[in-house]
Design a protein around this ligand. Structure first.
Ligand SMILES: CC(C)(COP(=O)(O)OP(=O)(O)OC[C@H]1O[C@@H](n2cnc3c(N)ncnc32)[C@H](O)[C@@H]1OP(=O)(O)O)[C@@H](O)C(=O)NCCC(=O)NCCS
Length: 185
């Protein structure tokens, strides 16, 4: 799918552009926002690279990677980023990730965001399974995914190496046939 634009009540998902580098850096480069993510805060140059890679991946056929800007429908400002990666060997299944600028946390927007990603994945991409892995300590991500309907399905032991130590991941998933479409996200 090309030219993604999915609009909810408060948030819109759209294709990322080079103009989003600073906004994405406010997430990927922020020590608080990356505390539970398996990488150190990114430099601006690294975020430029992420955006460049996203633009290249958007041209690949079949498309596997969607890096989307999360914007506020009121003022169109970019307040976060969403990522959906379709598995090469299992094209019915995709892994998702998301991050919001810390000054927008705690207003229920994270839950709206996960719901909107599920709408995109199930309704627009016709996926069957959508999953996300989080750090066991990431309570905000846990609640966000649970409230949006992604059940906890298990723990992957020592899944990632983060900050010099092995770290488990907890996997959440939603299945198309269990998922109730959200008309009012
Ligand atoms: C995960 C994230 C998107 C959540 O965004 P958010 O807008 O703060 O989430 P919400 O406001 O929708 O909160 C969802 C629930 O989590 C709770 N919550 C939010 N932050 C919390 C925290 N730090 N500790 C405990 N509970 C928290 C909220 O109270 C809410 O629960 P409720 O519906 O019962 O009231 C945001 O914290 C973020 O961008 N984190 C950094 C990146 C990240 O960790 N991404 C996830 C990788 S798997």
């Amino acid at each position: 799918m090309r030219h993604v634009e999915i609009t909810g009540k408060r948030l819109r998902l759209r294709e990322v552009t080079v103009d989003d580098v600073d906004a994405l850096h406010a997430v990927y480069g922020d020590p608080t926002a990356t505390e539970h993510l398996p990488f150190d805060p990114r430099t601006r140059e690294e975020v430029e690279g992420i955006v460049a890679e996203a633009l290249r991946a958007a041209e690949v056929e079949p498309r596997r990677l969607y890096v989307l800007a999360v914007t506020d429908v009121e003022d169109s400002r970019t307040i976060g980023v969403a990522r959906l990666h379709i598995e090469a060997d299992h094209p019915h299944s995709a892994e998702i990730g998301m991050g919001l600028r810390p000054d927008h946390w705690g207003r229920g927007i994270g839950t709206d965001l996960v719901r909107l990603i599920l709408v995109f994945g199930f309704r627009h991409l016709r996926l069957h399974r959508i999953w996300g892995a989080r750090s066991p300590a990431n309570t905000a991500a846990q609640l966000t995914m649970l409230v949006a309907g992604m059940v906890e399905e298990g723990r992957i032991r020592h899944h990632v190496r983060a900050r010099g130590a092995w770290r488990d991941s907890v996997v959440h998933s939603a299945l198309e046939d269990e998922w109730e479409g959200y008309r009012d996200v």
